[in-house]
Design a protein around this ligand. Structure first.
Ligand code: DX5
Ligand code: ZN
Length: 221
């Protein structure tokens, strides 16, 4: 399925060279760049915040897909808009007012995404789908790259049915590689995030493996 987008997560890139890494994966065929923001509170890890997003923005020629693993979300929406996010995704578990959060994200001029932890049912987003451009199904517990894939195909199929003909992407995040990609797309996924499966084997000085890795995922779908 050629319309499926592959979104390398820079969580697996060289943190001292984000610009070069982004240039490299885009040159090697990335469709979107997935940017994981973690606060050490909603998830047990800290990555980086809006200043880093703003700094890398000029390198992103495709789509800047920012995944917020933070709570609260609302006080930071404007800052991520200023940083240049195209899509801003908040977790449904991050607070009691996801409806307001999604309205605020669109109100700030971005596309709005909602993410679901593995333990959260598809139904949790049933009443906010009309406020969403993307639903992110976590197939690991968020916080770290390189974790073992947790099968969520039933949830993906259910969301695909719930979404119907609305123009909403289903994004899968966590443990995506050539062995898991095919079934995810069959279940209804349209965006595959991949961190370790894209960046493994390569480096700033040897980015060719990024292209081989992206093509291996594409070949599996
Ligand atoms: C996990 C992040 C993911 C992560 C995926 O909390 O949201 O985007 O980078 O990494 P891999 O593809 O290595 O599982
Ligand atoms: Zn992510």
């Amino acid at each position: 399925m050629s319309s499926v987008k592959i979104a390398p997560s820079i969580l697996a890139a060289d943190f001292a060279a984000f610009g070069t890494e982004i240039d490299a994966v885009e040159a090697q065929g990335a469709d979107w760049i997935h940017v994981d923001v973690m606060d050490g509170h909603f998830v047990p890890n800290i990555s980086f915040g809006p200043a880093t997003c703003a700094a890398i923005r000029p390198h992103i020629k495709t789509v800047m897909d920012v995944h917020l693993m933070i709570a609260p979300v609302d006080p930071y929406i404007e800052e991520f808009a200023k940083a240049g996010a195209d899509i801003l995704t908040a977790h449904v578990e991050a607070g009691p007012h996801i409806h307001r959060t999604l309205q605020a994200i669109r109100g700030a001029g971005m596309k709005a995404g909602v993410a679901l932890n593995p333990g959260t049912p598809a139904e949790a987003v049933a009443h906010v789908l009309d406020l969403c451009d993307l639903v992110c199904v976590m197939t690991v517990n968020p916080g770290f790259g390189g974790q073992k894939f947790i099968p969520m195909h039933d949830k993906i199929r259910k969301l695909h049915d719930m979404i119907g003909d609305r123009p909403i992407d289903i994004e899968i995040d966590g443990g995506v590689d050539p062995t898991t990609a095919g079934d995810l797309v069959k279940a209804g996924a349209s965006v595959l995030v991949a961190g370790s499966a894209v960046f493994r084997g390569g480096s700033v000085s040897d980015p060719a493996p990024y292209g081989e890795n992206i093509r291996a995922i594409r070949a599996a779908i």
